[in-house]
Design a protein. Structure first.
Length: 128
């Protein structure tokens, strides 16, 4: 479980500006849309809405998703690096992120399922 895995955080200028956290798990990029910037300080909490998985190759994508397509708008790589998967349970994922901007132990905590959305909370547990 403790091997280095790829992560990327895309800044996405779609209909609503947000950030997409993508973690390499089981051969795909598990993905969450974070309406506000990824928390950089211990104790800050953010909503993270689980979205569809993306192929690993999407980690290097930067560019424009054309109008009329799902997620239309500009996509930039805001941060990237690797992470260690410390814990993965049905409702808790704990990771050690090692990026250029984002570093430290983070927790994704599942808290609510709505009709079409799975809502998680992301927060920084402690610095590296």
């Amino acid at each position: 479980m403790n091997k280095k895995r790829l992560f990327v955080i895309h800044e996405h200028f779609a209909k609503k500006h947000h950030f997409d956290l993508r973690l390499e798990i089981n051969g795909v990029l598990k993905s969450w849309a974070v309406p506000k910037e990824i928390p950089l300080k211990k104790g800050e909490k953010r909503l993270a809405v689980e979205v569809e998985d993306h192929p690993i190759e999407y980690a290097s994508f930067e560019g424009e998703i054309p109008e009329g397509s799902y997620g239309a708008g500009k996509v930039l790589i805001w941060d990237s690096g690797y992470f260690l998967l410390l814990k993965k349970e049905e409702k808790v994922i704990e990771i050690d992120l090692r990026g250029k901007k984002v570093r430290g132990i983070y927790v994704l905590l599942f808290f609510r399922e709505e009709k079409t959305k799975r809502n998680w909370l992301i927060f920084k547990k402690h610095e590296n």
